[in-house]
Ligand binder design. Structure first.
Ligand SMILES: C[S@@+](CC[C@H](N)C(=O)[O-])C[C@H]1O[C@@H](n2cnc3c(N)ncnc32)[C@H](O)[C@@H]1O
Length: 263
């Protein structure tokens, strides 16, 4: 596998292309209709109605559904993409609250800002930045959310430390992400397409939870878990332009989890 810096560049390039096309699911060969995917991963029809290009079908859960947001909360979305979860959070926190979306891909930030204008959402701000080094003050956020992003970060422990740093005491993090519960076939593990598609960068579930506790979080609670392969219609996946991979090869190993962790 490539160096950490190279991996981030590849991730940026791929998500930049997705943002410019304004229409994709995960980046490699697995494709679908974003609205169908959104329903399968836990959004309601009402939530995704009228979201325009904020829903690109890139998530693996609905972290807002777990976050118990209140009016006036300050919310930070790690890897906000085209803005879907920021716009849903913005409705819940209302005009006295605020939502900040962080993404390292310039084109995603541009698309999210364009969507905020179109949807006329005023209590949201999108900032270019790396979730391993958040451009956000200590103890300034009520709730951190993130949807299918931390698996893409080479240093997940550092992401959790940063999330913990910016949360106020008593704050919480609601995350949907991909984890492993076994060994990935080597062909998938070393594939760039599988990395960008949120699979090859995923770590073991137990390790993921351990890193959260090591960062300082308490009471980590898994609220939902399902096989990630189950959300895609096609069972075949073209990796790095090579052989088709049947989802049978990874369906029992790759899971989507949604969890809450507290500071
Ligand atoms: C799979 S998409 C999910 C987007 C969004 N959360 C959603 O559910 O639609 C991953 C996003 O995370 C961003 N990303 C990946 N690694 C990142 C990092 N280290 N720092 C900031 N953003 C990152 C990518 O640019 C991309 O927009």
């Amino acid at each position: 596998m490539e160096s950490k810096v190279k991996i981030k560049e590849i991730v940026k390039q791929n998500y930049g292309t997705i943002a410019l096309s304004k229409n994709s699911c995960c980046a490699a060969g697995i494709c679908c209709a974003p609205a169908d995917i959104a329903i399968k991963i836990g959004y309601s029809k009402d939530e995704i109605a009228n979201l325009d290009t904020a829903n690109l079908g890139l998530g693996c859960g609905n972290p807002n559904a777990l976050a118990s947001l209140k009016e006036g909360d300050v919310v930070l979305d790690l890897g906000s993409g085209a803005g879907i979860d920021c716009f849903l959070a913005a409705k819940k926190v209302g005009p006295h609250g605020k939502v900040i979306g962080i993404d390292m891909t310039h084109e995603m930030i541009a698309l999210a800002k364009e969507n905020a204008e179109k949807l006329q959402v005023r209590n949201v701000e999108f900032i270019l930045g790396d979730i391993e080094h958040l451009p956000v003050d200590d103890n300034s956020v009520d709730v951190v959310i993130s949807n299918c992003v931390i698996n893409l970060a080479p240093d997940k422990g550092q992401v959790f430390k940063e999330a913990y740093r910016v949360l106020k005491s008593g704050g919480r993090m609601a995350v949907s992400d991909i984890v492993l519960k076994g060994t990935l076939p080597l062909q998938i593990k070393k594939s760039i397409d599988a990395y960008v598609s949120c699979i090859a960068g995923a770590i073991q579930k137990a390790k993921y939870i351990d890193l959260l506790y090591k960062a300082g979080f308490k009471n980590v609670e898994i609220v939902k878990e399902y096989s990630y392969a189950s959300i895609f219609e096609s069972n075949n996946w073209n990796l790095d332009g090579n052989a088709l991979i049947d989802s049978e090869q990874y369906k029992d190993v790759v899971n989507s989890i949604s969890l809450i962790a507290r500071k």
